[in-house]
Design a protein around this ligand. Structure first.
Ligand code: DNO
Length: 349
């Protein structure tokens, strides 16, 4: 596996100099943040990000995310021009030696939590999701890091209105249309697309979601069999759905070559659909981290891995989910799990 770490660019309080000191760190996962969704990224911005990573002894081979314009998800006529711009981004990223692009196809909202600073018993704080709290939220007023800067409440209201009547089925068709349209660019430059699962893996605010279960991913890979059509195996997202058998899915999709990128983190179930994000270790949460890593390795996984959301620990007041310390602890733990799983697979005594 190739260990990497998400970095939010030059305004990220976590520096590349800090990230490079995490043992085994090979690569940076980042994006060009200044360009509005749907536009083509400037070559100089891509190359600057790459140069900064290289100066710090790391590569830049995974981009998270090149966001998909809502008009593509909605299937509007303007999707043509946005898909062409997307394909051009793929080509430009390929020229810069990027190997994988993580993106999502969730309408309007990306990942959704109801608490960004839930207090944990050990004094740390973490992200959490409570269905009951969500049911009381007005979707036009929720504020989350990552997407909230993109829309004013009025724009958000208008967008939600445009999704009225959207079904899971049509959303899926729009995803297939999009992939068919961009696969030629992926073939040209050898980039793998890694779609992120729905987080959480069910509909929110009445908006349909389309990639929540094993059946959903089977259907996606059947509809677009091109090997560049892959998934981000995000276990914190898929794992929130109790019906998802992560060990089975890990081995199956790794063996099928559908996992170019994995987000590995743990969650603790606190209700039927409620959960808190925990430390990465198996015993801290509800997911069998060792079993999942072993299954990935058994399936021949050799993709990119990053620790995912960390708690805020040791007094750090970082971007929720994306501080330095707990993600670094997660990285170190993942190094250990992979080393042992690969060692066992090679049959060393
Ligand atoms: C959350 C991330 C997601 C992910 C996007 C990909 O922490 O995993 O925001 O980057 O869904 O487009």
């Amino acid at each position: 596996m190739k260990l990497c770490f998400r970095w939010y660019g030059e305004s990220d309080p976590v520096t590349l100099g800090e990230i490079r000191q995490i043992p085994g760190m090979k690569s940076i996962v980042t994006a060009v943040y200044a360009t509005p969704v749907g536009e083509v990224w400037r070559r100089e911005d891509i190359l600057r990000a790459k140069a900064l990573c290289l100066e710090n002894g790391m590569t830049m081979e995974v981009i998270e995310s090149v966001p998909v314009h809502e008009d593509i998800k909605l299937g509007l006529p303007t999707r043509e021009k946005y898909a062409d711009a997307y394909a051009e981004n793929i080509r430009r990223l390929g020229e810069a030696d990027v190997k994988c692009i993580c993106y999502n196809f969730m309408p309007v909202f990306d990942w959704l939590r109801t608490d960004l600073h839930e207090c944990c018993s050990d004094g740390s704080n973490a992200l959490a999701y409570h269905a009951e709290t969500l049911s009381r939220l007005d979707p036009r007023k929720v504020s989350l890091p990552g997407w909230d800067e993109s829309y004013t409440p009025e724009e958000l209201g208008g967008l939600l209105e445009r999704y009225r009547g959207m079904t899971r089925e049509r959303l899926f068709e729009n995803l297939v249309w999009f992939l068919d349209r961009i696969m030629p660019a992926c073939n040209e430059v050898g980039i793998d697309m890694a779609v992120h699962p729905d987080d959480p893996p069910w509909n929110v605010f009445g908006l349909p979601r389309t990639l929540s279960t094993e059946d959903d991913f089977d259907r996606l890979f059947r509809a677009v069999p091109n090997p560049h059509n892959g998934m981000t195996f995000c276990i914190g997202s898929l794992g929130a759905g109790r019906g998802n058998d992560l060990i089975h899915m890990a081995e199956k999709y790794a063996a099928a070559g559908r996992i170019p990128f994995a987000h590995l983190r743990n969650i603790r179930y606190t209700g039927d659909t409620d959960f808190s994000e925990s430390g990465h270790l198996s015993s801290e949460g509800s997911l069998d981290m060792a079993g999942i890593v072993r299954a990935l390795v058994a399936g021949g996984f050799d993709g990119y891995v990053r620790p995912d959301h960390g708690r805020n620990i040791w007094g750090e007041d970082g971007k929720p989910g994306y501080g330095l310390y707990d993600r670094a602890l997660g990285a170190t733990y993942l190094n250990g799990l992979f080393e042992m799983a690969e060692y066992a697979k090679e049959g060393k005594q």
